[in-house]
Write a protein that binds this ligand. Structure first.
Ligand code: RB5
Length: 147
């Protein structure tokens, strides 16, 4: 029987479109199913709409983790964090990607295509998806984020 691939949702605005294409390839190379929620071109769009799409997909249970890309990673993370069930972290390197999983139990990885090069972004993605939450002293703090 073929193993079911774990799904990861991914979305971006126009500024993040090209990096999203590369990150989708990386997801597939790592053995995940990439559920692409757009945008589909470099035509101008509004990043909150794509954070909202990703929030809905995670709420529906289509995936437990997501990836968002905009120009800086900042705007789209702000939009994502308006949703209580998301803990979205802007990361810039493998260390921040690892720590936000271990300490914050982040379920959405945000990156800026105008800030972070494709190779570093791919490292961040791999580390984010393969690092577990440490729990322990972080449990109570993370629970407070959902209040
Ligand atoms: C789009 O030009 C840009 O503002 C957006 O991608 C993002 O960087 C916002 O935070």
């Amino acid at each position: 029987m073929p193993e079911t691939k774990q799904a990861v949702v991914i979305a971006s605005d126009h500024a993040g479109f090209q990096l999203k294409v590369e990150l989708k390839q990386q997801l597939e190379a790592l053995g995940f199913e990439a559920l692409d929620l757009g945008t589909d071109s470099v035509g101008s769009v509004d990043y909150p709409d794509f954070a909202d799409r990703l929030a809905a997909a995670i709420k529906e249970g289509r995936a437990s983790k997501g990836v968002l890309v905009c120009g800086t990673g900042i705007g789209i993370s702000m939009a994502a964090n308006r949703h209580r069930h998301l803990r979205a972290a802007v990361v810039h390197d493998a260390t921040t990607a690892r720590l936000t999983r271990q300490h914050n139990d982040a379920n959405v990885l945000c990156m800026g295509a105008r800030i972070t090069g494709a190779d570093v972004a791919k490292d961040c993605l791999r580390v984010f998806l393969t690092t577990d939450f440490e729990g322990g002293r972080h449990e109570n703090r993370v629970a407070k984020l959902g209040r």
